[in-house]
Design a protein around this ligand. Structure first.
Ligand code: COI
Length: 375
């Protein structure tokens, strides 16, 4: 592997092209039906940081296992953060990211919360551009409907030291994965287990940061959901065990019979989803009143029973807009919406989903300048 070129900008990225990239046939096979997070492109971005030297050695290099010490702080104390965003191929072949400045800003906030160093926001976007430029053939074609290249920036504490303190050596990286629907069911409704036995995040904790620990903390709840015949789990607040927060990997929205839409207000223990923020704006464009407020689990159940809540959906980068067709809890079970038509995907969920996807894939004008060209 040789340093072929350098991409200059906020950081200079040396580009070390791999000598054994996937063959065009092998790549085509992956792109024909990409699943979520299963296959990875030929290259990755890596940069290293030390307290003395700051950020150095930013490069695009062959996708390969990392070598870290078994004493690396990330393995013991979970000093880690990540982001998730997608690169979309437009009809003219160009490749775009959706609101990457929001991911960059959230990465900064997460880094601060986890006592990790700051990646300048222009360097974060330059890293995405450097990787997508090199691995551009891995971005699925525009005709593929809802496929994209999922980008996963992350930062881990690599210092080999067992003292509990902020690490003095850190690695920043970006990997990329051709992505199809997050759920194997595609945009069909998923079932949600409403748990009160496990809590995902607490006031003053790390719930609003995008750190691996939050996802680890959601897994016992997810296992409980699966054991109870559901696909995903919804968490309530840590104090009153009453107010809806989020679904571990997605935010939640409720559609009311009068056209109002409500989502749990950000409270420091809910992740500030980029898709969530975008849905709030797009739903207003579509004429809905959008409320960000406290929503109790009882309001969800009662609203579905009385017909006041007509649709429920989840939002996330990976999951886009995913309809929720059923909610279950230890004492009950309710079906949401009419499953005899349109696979149970309600009209409001459908229209918000389309307006988001149309924007991301360049099928409608980007009036808010939410798109950034990567390649
Ligand atoms: C995303 O939507 O990008 C997420 O972060 C969810 C992911 C953990 C699968």
């Amino acid at each position: 592997m040789t340093a072929e070129t350098t991409v200059t900008g906020a950081w200079d990225f040396a580009v070390e092209l791999r000598s054994d990239p996937a063959s065009a046939e092998a790549r085509a096979q992956v792109l024909a039906k990409p699943r979520f997070g299963q296959a990875f492109t030929d290259h990755m971005v890596v940069a290293n940081w030390t307290t003395e030297g700051g950020w150095q050695d930013a490069r695009v290099t062959a996708y390969a296992p990392l070598t870290v010490s078994p004493a690396a702080a990330v393995l013991h104390y979970s000093q880690e953060i990540f982001e998730g965003l997608k690169a979309y191929r437009h009809a003219d072949g160009s490749v775009w990211a959706f609101r990457p400045d929001r991911n960059a800003a959230r990465f900064t906030a997460s880094a601060q919360r986890l006592a990790l160093p700051h990646v300048p926001e222009d360097a974060f976007i330059a890293a995405l551009r450097a990787l997508v430029t090199v691995d551009e053939p891995w971005v699925p074609s525009a005709e593929d409907g809802e496929t994209s290249l999922y980008l996963r920036p992350y930062m881990i504490a690599t210092e080999a030291a067992l003292s509990v303190r902020p690490a003095r050596e850190v690695l920043f990286g970006v990997i990329a994965s051709p992505a199809g629907p997050y759920f194997d069911t595609g945009p069909k409704p998923v079932s949600i287990w409403l748990t009160t036995s496990t809590i995902r995040a607490t006031p003053g904790g790390t719930g609003a940061a995008k750190c691996g620990g939050n996802y680890a903390a959601s897994l016992a709840g997810l296992a409980e959901a699966v054991a109870n015949g559901c696909e995903q789990v919804a968490f309530v607040d840590a104090v009153e065990h009453k107010w809806l927060e989020e679904i571990g990997s997605m935010n939640m929205f409720f559609v009311y019979a009068d056209g109002r839409i409500a989502t749990p207000a950000l409270n420091g223990s809910i992740l500030e989803g980029v898709t969530r923020a975008s849905v709030v704006e797009l739903a207003k464009d579509l004429g809905h009143t959008v409320e960000e407020r406290l929503i109790s689990a009882d309001e969800w159940k009662d609203g579905v029973r009385t017909g006041e809540i007509t649709e429920v959906f989840a939002s996330g980068t990976a999951a886009v807009i995913t309809p929720i067709g059923r909610v279950a809890w230890p004492e009950g079970d309710l079906t949401i919406g009419d499953h005899s038509i349109d696979y149970g995907v309600g009209p409001v969920t459908r229209s918000i989903r389309s307006s988001l996807l149309d924007l991301q894939y360049g099928r409608t004008p980007d009036t808010r300048a939410w798109l950034t060209r990567l390649a």
